[in-house]
Structures are given as structure tokens and as C-alpha cells.
Design a protein around this ligand. Sequence first.
Ligand SMILES: *Cc1c(COP(=O)(O)O)cnc(C)c1O
Length: 405
Amino acid sequence: MSKSSFERPERIQFEDADYEFSTLAIRAGQQRSDEGEHNDAIYPTSSFVYSSAREAAARFGGEEEGNIYSRFTNPTVQAFERRMAALEDGERAVATSSGMAAILSTCLSLLKQGDHVICSRSVFGSIVSLFDKYLSRTGISVTYVDPTDLDAWSAAITPATRMFFLETPSNPLAELGDIEAVSRLAHDIDALLVVDNCFCTPALQQPLKQGADIVVHSATKYLDGQGRCVGGVVVGRDKEMEEIYGFIRTGGACLSPFNAWVFMKGLETLELRMKAHSANALEMAEWLKQQPGIDKVYYSGLEEHPQHALATKQQRAFGGVLAFEVSGDQEAAWRFIDATKMISITGNLGDVKSTITHPGTTTHGRMSAEAKVEAGIKDNLIRLSVGLESVDDIKRDLQLGLAAI
Ligand SMILES: *Cc1c(COP(=O)(O)O)cnc(C)c1O
């Protein structure tokens, strides 16, 4: 099948045929080569060849469809994009070199000088740096709001507001934003709602079906799920994706074919993994909450979570990340972390390996003291990304931490 060099394939047969999520995750987007390979092919090539100078000219001129150069046309990357578009139920996806590149590309291609963004305050730390340090230079301003407070979203609207940016559930406190309600606010003023769907993945939450216009991902987390590659992807309508594709093509923050291929292998097991992560995390949250030495557990799967009802409505399960406060100060939290033996001490998450981190001094360490207080990132807070090891072994490891508080 031939493809236009300037336009990536939009729809895949599997989607049109109305297959279920788990089938799409395994089969959507694949285009077999003449070799008849069963698994997805990988094309690790920077450029493509032509049969003649005339053909090269026609491809470059856009008169003839086909591959040109892997910054903007690579069959492996395109297969990953088609699969992600199918899983998020979008018209088209654009892959990027990282999750941050997905967010940067979305902002730079859809916003201009003078535009205003309303962003949930508990977003991934680098997103705050991106807005405050870099996008501010281009004259794009941002207001941060409590994601759970609809009135705050509404009150932050200005005549210049063009984009709402929502990460739900949030990291690390699992606060939820109501996608449908926020999308109504955005659409009332013709603004776009962008949802960072990193924590749930489309296996648990499909924001485009709930009113979001664009979904961004760090594929580095659960889409890979096994801690191997850095990458990202944006999914949405053709109109906005064409802008973002144009920016990536020129700006260069493209995904490598190898990483795209690894992510496709990750997607094959995405639904199974997300169900298992969620089951393990729920069990760990229930267990942690009963342990002496634990003051509070943050997990939307717990009935006492203030947005448990919304989580039940908006998500298919509650995900693999939880946070808890230990009795004591930062020293106690660090002692807890240091006493664990199996769980990896790392800032990454969304891996089959359980990971533990102290947000206040790592992932959220660049926030000011006041901002941390406002966002609820306390000194005694620990984040646990619950992996797929035996929950009994994870409990045994955490027991070492509890004994060290
Ligand atoms: C990790 C992460 C990002 C950034 O992704 P990278 O792949 O590290 O660039 C963005 N949003 C969320 C919610 C994340 O967890």
C-alpha cells in the first residue's frame, strides 16, 4: 500500500471493522511487507531510495506517495501511530521522541504568542518548567488550577485562553479532573482540551471519547511498560494532528523506529498489564492503609478517596500508582525507602518492576516550598509504582521500610 509522504495513513481496517481493544492492541496498524513476516517489521533506516531521479523529484515534490526520510516517514513509526490512533479512538496519531516532546509539539504547533493555557497544577514537573521557563518566552502564558475544582478552571478563563491541559489522575496524589466537565468549559470558549493519559493509558481511560480533543502520552511509562525506551505520542483529529505532524517533521523531535517497534510489543500486553497493575495496586493500597506507621494512602481505588465515584465512572480501573505518608518527617520517609531491598529506587514509573521514590526531593524537587504545600506534596510522602512482582514479595519489602520509620 502506498502512502503520501506528507500525510500519514489515517484509519486502519481493524478499526473500521470494529474490533475490541485487546485485538486492536495486538493487530491494529500492522502492514506486512512482501516478506510476509508475522511480527511487526522494523525499518531501521534513515532514508529511502528511488528508482530514478524523476521519482525522487516526484516524492520530494509531493506528487507521488512514498517514504522519503525517517524524520517524517518511517513505516515502523507509522505502524505504531496507527495502533495508537486505534487504541485511543482518534483519527490520527503522531509519534514523538519523548513524552515531553509530545507536549512541546502540541503547544508550539497549536498555540501562538499571546495565547493563554489553563493547566492542572499537579502535572508532571517538567511540564511546569516547559510552560514557566520556555513557553513563557514566546508569550504563551499559563494559569495553574486545582484539577478537582471546576470553579477554578472556569474562573481562570481569559479572552486569550486557547488550551486546557489536564493530567488525570495526577502524579503522585491521584487527584482526578472530570474530563467531560472540563471539556464542556473548554468548548464553550472554543478552546482545546488536552489530556495527559500517561497514568491510565487507553486500556483504562479513553479521554477522546469523553470530550477531550487531544491525548498526549509519555510512551516511556506503561505503553512500553518494561522500562526500555523513551518516547511519546499525540492522538486526536486529523486537523490538529496535521499541524503537529508538520511541526515534528520540521522541528525534528521524531520517534526512532527501534523505539516504535519496542512500544508496539508493549502495546500487545497493555490491557493485561494495566489490569494486573491495578489489581496489585488496589491490594497494596488496602494493605498499606492498615499498617501502623502509615498516616494516609492516596489511591482512587479506595472508597474513601474523595473522587472514588468519578474514578469509577471515568476509568475502567484505578491504575498502578499510589502514594502514602509515613508517620514522621522527610528523614523517616528516606529511611523507609532506603530499607527496602527489592523495589527499585527510581523516579520512573509504569514498569513491571515496582519503583519507589520521594517526590518532594526528586520528581517534584524543583517546586518551591509554597507550591509543594499547595499541591499537597509533603515531606513524609512516598510514591509507589506497583509492579507485577508477587504482591506478597512487595509487602515483605515494604515491611522492611515500615520497620525503619
Ligand atoms: C514521564 C511523564 C511525562 C514526560 O514523558 P517523557 O517520556 O519522560 O518525556 C509527561 N507526563 C507524565 C504524566 C509523565 O509521567
